[in-house]
Design a protein around this ligand. Sequence first.
Ligand SMILES: Cc1cc2nc3c(=O)[nH]c(=O)nc-3n(C[C@H](O)[C@H](O)[C@H](O)COP(=O)(O)OP(=O)(O)OC[C@H]3O[C@@H](n4cnc5c(N)ncnc54)[C@H](O)[C@@H]3O)c2cc1C
Length: 384
Amino acid sequence: MDSLFFKEEHVMIQDMVKDFAKTMVEPVARELDEREMFPKDLVSQMGKLGLMGIMVPEQYGGSGLDMTAFATAIIELGRADASVAITMAAHNSLGTIPLLLFGNEDQKKNYLPMLASGETLGAFGLTEPDAGSDAGSTKTKAVRQGNEYIVNGGKIFITNAGEAGLLSFTSQVVEDGDSIGIAAFIIPTDTPGLEIGKKEKKMGWKASDTRQLYFKDMKIPAEAMLGTPESGFKTFMKTLASGRISIGALSIGTALGAYEKALKYSKERYAFNRPIHEFQSISFKLSDMATKIEASKLLVYHAAWLKDQGRSINKEAAMAKLFASETAMDVTREAIQIHGGYGYVKDYDVERYFRDAKILEIGEGTSEIQRMIISREILKDVQL
Ligand SMILES: Cc1cc2nc3c(=O)[nH]c(=O)nc-3n(C[C@H](O)[C@H](O)[C@H](O)COP(=O)(O)OP(=O)(O)OC[C@H]3O[C@@H](n4cnc5c(N)ncnc54)[C@H](O)[C@@H]3O)c2cc1C
């Protein structure tokens, strides 16, 4: 099915990442999870392979590839380890796309090469303690003083935050005492006034770095703004739409990894003198898992293809993220069921895939929010 959407370069990237994931990521995935260890070495290797600037144009040191290539790479990494995959995915989408979409030439020249090489990791701060799904309720304030902004507030649950060298974040912009909109800014993470909180203890994605950020009278130059306050909300809505395709892809990777392990186990495990896949209730589970994964691939690759054509992706990216993330949850749950008691202990990797799957229904817009986006899109087309 992949070939429906693939050009030669997509086949090449798939082969390369599959090989990298098999030889370098899979062997360490369990240890990274158990020790909650950020995969620093793997990030640097992914930088050398061109995966940390996969969609950055070649003139800024990136690989100049498209969304389909990005989705393919995430699927292959996610199949081996979701934490490694989200580290790379968040860097390329949340950490880099605001700059690609809305940065001016100086900002692009300054920051894109270091992000694309993987030398510097990117993070994106949108969520706040009182503004998650309701991102428009952002409380962080950047108050203009001459040629600077003084920023106060904070962000929560920020992926890569403790390892990143660059942070894009959203904030209300206050000028002459009035809030004039929400804008995105980009800053180095050693900016005085930026405090980085402790690493969150999570159910899954344990090797991924997630932290709270605090802005305390943080002074930043006016040139740190990406775009304008008027375009700010659009900046991060567009960033999130692309991010949804990447979470859809990670959902496919997570589901595929668990499905393949369950398929193999169903042939190895005997009960009542036969391999368990000979029981229809097991083989039908495998059928449902494979079908949902195939449907998720069609939705995710279609949304990526639309994005690569420069077409609108609001509805399609939301559908892809919704269906693929719920598939990841269903498939990882059934993979444990197929493993029986062995699925519940850490010696078999399906337990990790199950824990890694739940966040896919929450991050970058919960399932409820995806349904809201889809319903708005389908209802606006109805003519009575
Ligand atoms: C591991 C992890 C990594 C993350 N990484 C990042 C990151 O890098 N950058 C970043 O900015 N954020 C990040 N997030 C935050 C994530 O995007 C938010 O947690 C998510 O958008 C939900 O927001 P919330 O947690 O405030 O939940 P809430 O918005 O409080 O939602 C609570 C519940 O209410 C429901 N709900 C809310 N509004 C509605 C509505 N209008 N209609 C129906 N139901 C509704 C939700 O669906 C959910 O079930 C991360 C979160 C986690 C856990």
